[in-house]
Design a binder for this molecule. Sequence first.
Ligand code: MCA
Ligand code: AMP
Length: 495
Amino acid sequence: MKSLLESAHTHLARTAVVSEGQPYTYQQLLARSANIAGMLLDGRADLAEARVAFLVPPGFDYVSILWGIWRAGGIAVPLCVSHPLPAIQYVVDDTQAEMIIYASEFAELLAPLRASTAARFLPSANFVVTSNTLPVIDLVHRRALILYTSGTTGQPKGVVTTHQQLEAQITSLTTSWAWHQDDHILNVLPLHHVHGLVNVLLCALWSGACCTFLPRFDPAAVFAIFRQGEVNVFMAVPTIYFKLIAYWNEQPPAAQAAISQALKDFRLMVSGSAALPVSVLEKWRQVSGHTLLERYGMTEMGMAISNPYHGPRRPGCIGLPLNQVQVRLVDEDGQLVAAGMPGEIQVLGPNVFREYWQKPAATAAAFTADGWFKTGDIAVFEGGSYRILGRNSVDIIKSGGYKISALEIEEVLRTHPQIKECAVVGIPDEEWGEIIGASLVLAGETLDLEQLKSWLQTQLPPYKVPRKYLVQEDLPRNAMGKVTKQELKQLLAAD
Ligand code: MCA
Ligand code: AMP
C-alpha cells in the first residue's frame, strides 16, 4: 500500500481511472480514499484488520473504497456484483465483516441481511468529508485482502493476502511485462478475483498508468473503445477472446479492418485464468496481428508462470516462472518428476498467500512440509516451457475463467425437494472452456427444468448454474459405489 500511495504521489495530475467516461486523477483518488479511510475509522486509530466488505460496481468509487479500507488498516473483502444473497451472506458471515459498504442499487438485495448480521451498513453515496490521522501500516504482516475461491471442499474458502504478498504479485508482473506510466488498460473483468483486481487494476495503478472500466463485458463496447486509439494493453479470459472474435466475424469488412487496425498498435494482450485453445490464439492473431501472451496463475498466488514478453510465445504452453517465483513439478509421492514427465505444479515465492481465512487445517494441507504451495494443476516441462495437462481433481470446473466446485453445486441441488441424488461435472467447450452439466435422480415423477434453473439462480451466482441436465434412473457408479464422473462427463457431452 505504501508503494501504491508513493507511486500515486508521483503521478498526481495523471489520470488513474476512467469510469462512466469520466476521468479521475491520482490526486482525486488519494483525496477520496483518505476521506473514506477517515470515515471508516470514525475516531479509531486503526481498523486493525477489521474486515470491510463492499458491494460496489467497478469504477472510481470501487477503487477509492478499496484504498480507503487499506489506508484505515482494514482487510478489503470485495463482494461480487452478480451474486445472489446467499452467496453474499456466506462471505459476510465467513469473514465476520464489521462493515458492509454498498452502492445504492444493492440496497434492496442486502436488506434481508440487516436482521442477521451485526455488520454496520454504509451506503457508498453517503460518504462525507472527514479528517482523521491515518494509521501507519506494517505492510509485511498486515492482511490486506480476502478473495473467495472454490476448492475441492464444498464451500468457497477465503484466500488471505498481506500487503507484502500483493506487492510481490504486482511487481512480478509490472517488471516481467514492462508496465509503464503511459500504459492504458481496459478492464472488463469482475473485481472480486485476482485477474481483474491485481493483474489489471493494481498493476496499472502501481505503474502510474490509466485503467478504464467497462462495468459489463460487451464486445461492441470493447471494440468501440479500442477504436478510439487510447487503450494499449488488454487482459482477459479465453472466453472473452472467443466472444470478441465471434463479434468481429459478424462485422462488415470495413468495420473489421478498422478494428484490426486499432488492435495493431497495442503494446500487450494477455490471456489467462483458463487454458487458451490454440484455435482461439490463432484466430486472434488473424484479427489483431498479436500472439496472445498466455500466463498461468491462481487466487492463492497471483501469477506464477508466463510466456515471455520479449521472445517467442508458444501456443498451448504457459512459459516459464515469473520474476521472484520458483516452480517445481512433483509426483504423487512428493518427489521431483523425471525430465519430460507430468507432475503437480508446486510454487514458492513472496507472491504466495498467507492462509485460508480461519481454516488452519485447509491452509496446512495446501502446503508441503518444506513450504511449497500445492496448486493441484498437472503440467509437463518440455521444449523449454511448461504445459498444463489438467487438474488432479475432476470436481474443479473452469467455466468462462471462473473456478467452480462441482461439490458446492451438488450441495445446493440436493436441498431441492424434487432431487434425490445428483452429480455435477464440467463438459469441454471451446467457448466457455467447460460448461457445467448436472445429472439428476428425481425424488418424484417429474421436474420442471426451467423452474429448477430459476430457483438455482436465487441460490448460486449465474456462472455456477448448470447449463446441461440429464435425468437418470441412477447415477453411473463403480464397483465401490462411487459415482464415475468421467463416464458422466462423456454421457453429458454426447447428450
Ligand atoms: C454465462 N453464460 C454461460 C456461462 N456464463 N453459459 C455457459 N457457461 C457459463 N459459464 C450464458 C448466460 O446464461 C447467457 O445466456 C449468456 O451466456 C451471456 O451471459 P452473461 O452473464 O451476459 O455472460 P457474459 O457477461 O458474456 O460473461 C462472460 C464472461 C464472464 C465475460 C466471460 O464469464 C467473465 O467475466 N469471466 C471472467 C471470470 C474471471 O475474471 N475469472 C478470473 C478468476 P443467455 O443469453 O442464453 O441468457 S482469477 C483466476 O482465475 C486466476 C487468478 C487467474 O489465473 O487469473
Ligand atoms: P482460480 O482459483 O480462479 O484462481 O483459478 C486458478 C486456476 O485456473 C488454476 O489452478 C488453473 O487450473 C487455471 N488456470 C489459470 N491460468 C491457466 C492457464 N493459462 N491455462 C490453464 N489453466 C489455467
